[in-house]
Design a protein around this ligand. Sequence first.
Ligand code: UD1
Length: 421
Amino acid sequence: MLEIVGRSPLSGHVKIGGAKNAALVLMAGALLCSDVCRLKNVPALADVTKMSDILAALGVRIQQAGDVIDIDARDINTTRAPYEMVSQMRASFFAIGPLLARCGVAEMPLPGGCAIGARPVDLHVRGLQTLGAEVTIESGVVHAAVPGNRRLQGAAIHLDYPSVGATETLMMAATLAEGETTLHNAAQEPEVVDLANFCRAMGARIEGAGTNTIRIVGVDRLHGVDYDVVPDRIEAGTFLLAGAIARSEVSLSPVVPEHLAAVIAKLREVGCTVVSDTPNSLRVLAADRLTGVDIQTQPYPGFPTDLQSPFMSLLTICEGSSVVEETVFENRLQHVAELQRMGANIRVKGNVAVIEGVPMLSGAPVEATDLRASAALAIAGLAANGTTILQNLKHMDRGYDNFVGKMQALGAKIVRKQLDS
Ligand code: UD1
């Protein structure tokens, strides 16, 4: 558990790590390459360890030294991913694309991940079918195979929704397909762009990543690369919000400020000053008087769903009313009940939360309900009178590298009491 004594000012600089959601999909992408890939700036996270274990179970050799991981996927011994491991982590399902493209067959258990909604994989499956795969789902396992001795066939795919994972799965699959694939209504998230850059560095032919139309011309094989994972915009946003909620000045780097444009705009609307002193840094300064704003989560470049709960923590102490609408996931307001324990005034109807700002939160025992809620509650604790006890840290360990150490370096009174809870 975490013990947080609130109302200590923060100050200083935070070093931002590589993006979890990019690192995980790049690790899956390394399956495309019958050579060795080196990933640098990989964050130390439970999810990264789990992804290494899943790749190792497929026969991939993994060597890790600090934040560098060498992935040697020359030999793939099995195309069936282990049920227990994949069902625990959604990102590992995305390996179905590269595995199928490389080996012509893949068996992937239906994925798990955070308890933030149904999170189906129908868009992944339909896209792979459009590329010529035969797909069946039996006993919780997705079986995909390219009929005959052929390769996947390039095609035009129209996604019903710009799903990040489906865009990534299909982009990876198409890199080794025969002919040209066009992904329409593709996700435009920076992690999709990072994956495209990684695949291009391996020799893939991809254009348009970062727009809603991605064009991929299949190639016969890809070669090994050294590649730096993009900075984590969600970790960066979380620390900006920590600075704001603690009414402090906090700077951070490396970060791509443009990746946080929607969040920075909302922080300014609340009354914070956010400046970029250098092209890869950001600094937040909170005003004494902060006012509520309305937020609607959307696919990138809209406001990110992954920062909805930490931003809500800030809104609980902003003057006046705020309305937060979660449109990406149907069940991502579970942190509300925990914030209410801390004295927040929030009403929920469906996927909308209406927040009336209170002058002060008060420390309370709370439980992390999902990965981003864990950070939201921790930063709420920074603003609260008294002590907050945050339980269920397994979520935080999945996605935040050394959160406590980084907070302590800023002056936060935060300690981890037991390693495993
Ligand atoms: C990724 C991120 C996650 C982030 C999310 C949205 C990773 C490992 N995780 O998740 O942190 O919150 O993007 O930015 O990169 N959907 C379907 N059918 C599908 C796929 C998705 O209906 O086949 C729905 C989902 O249920 C959800 C919405 O589409 O409601 C968005 O999901 P998606 O963009 O796919 O998120 P993930 O890739 O799972």
